[in-house]
Design a binder for this molecule. Sequence first.
Ligand SMILES: C[S@@+](CC[C@H](N)C(=O)[O-])C[C@H]1O[C@@H](n2cnc3c(N)ncnc32)[C@H](O)[C@@H]1O
Length: 272
Amino acid sequence: MSVTAAQIKKMSYTEFVGEINQWNSLPGGVSTINMWRVFGQVNTDSRYLDIACTTGLKSRTMSAMTGCQAYGIDISHNSIEAARFNAKKYTPLSQVSYAVQDGTEFKPKYKFTHVSFGASLRFFQNPQKMIDNLTSNIFEEKGTILASEFFVHTQIPQGLIDDFYKIFDIYPTNSIYKDVMTMYKGFDIFYESKHSPTPETTEELEHYCHSTISKYESEKQIKLDEEVFNIMYGRLFQIKKMSNILREYQQYNVLVMNYDKKVYPNRYIELF
Ligand SMILES: C[S@@+](CC[C@H](N)C(=O)[O-])C[C@H]1O[C@@H](n2cnc3c(N)ncnc32)[C@H](O)[C@@H]1O
């Protein structure tokens, strides 16, 4: 049975993006994944763990690009279900599998060469517990961390933070660069670039929202009635518009960092 307008309005933010299978993206999108691929030297021999994978964009794209073995984990059942669906439908040749799993507790059967965080580590209840699990259970003697983090160059006004919270049920990153980077202080920076996200035009936002809700219709093989289509479209547009406003305050970086058991948790290389 098709979803109703009342159900759409009642859903939490995460339920809504799960329902419409929005392709949850990391800062910089596929361009960031491509920089990770090049500077992280991901190839067919790599075993890549996509931690907090949401709907799987990073892992299925990386595996399709490189032929690496990818494994995605997330604590959200809905996200994992969508990630499995997306990989099968959109990148059938990727070698990726998914599991509902808390990254801080994950004890894999084999070690990974690469892991990634797409602006997600800050949303873990205990980011340090995740880092400790990386160094004790996920990597062997060495490993590569692919990350991308938002930070602000100008503090986001409180009114905007409150508006953001009403839509997303979480607070946006309002930390400056140095504060965000303390999470990674035991690792060597192998590559880093900093970027300013360009706000999208109204026309670009409309195109994205229309594409995503039409994708919902084709994936569910239904034709939504006009009222439901407009309510879904409107809610997605409001989400995108709010993220777009924040872009004025934000920057993000693309990071490749190395873990070396002989050095960690110290740092002998100067920062530049
Ligand atoms: C803000 S989203 C990150 C989205 C991201 N930009 C991306 O690249 O897909 C945070 C995600 O982290 C997941 N998450 C939070 N804590 C987790 C944990 N302990 N283990 C695994 N996933 C976790 C949530 O379920 C959610 O899907």
